[in-house]
Design a protein. Sequence first.
Length: 150
Amino acid sequence: MSSCLERATTFRRVTTQGQIEFLEDFGGKWVVLFSHPADLTPVCTTEFLAFAKRYEDFEELNCELVGLSIDLFSHIKWAEWIKERFGVVIPFPVIVDDRGKIAEMYGMIHPGKVIIPPPTSEKEAKERIEKAEAEEFDCFDWFCYKEVKV
């Protein structure tokens, strides 16, 4: 896990704006890497709107914004939805972190817990609810995590 006193770990990843080499593509700039648990949720949408509306302020500070989410296929549709509903274009890339590896590498996940990717079917959603009710893992809306032994 990278700390504030170390050079950030680099990686190559797919984003809403194509593939990036993190941090090489942002050479000489500050980078704010921020995370959210799932697309199309009220809190995450509010955060993205706030960052997008202040994007030029960050540019003036020689700072790039980069979003990170576990959702795999919905990023582009979510950006379209934000533009349609709020008239705001998301100008920064959103990284696909479908396995949570980047979040783990940067210490964004609480030790001993792992995020469970969103269900991909109604059957899987029902099974998830049953597991949550059996206390196999915790869920808030469809954002779920479970304890793991470290």
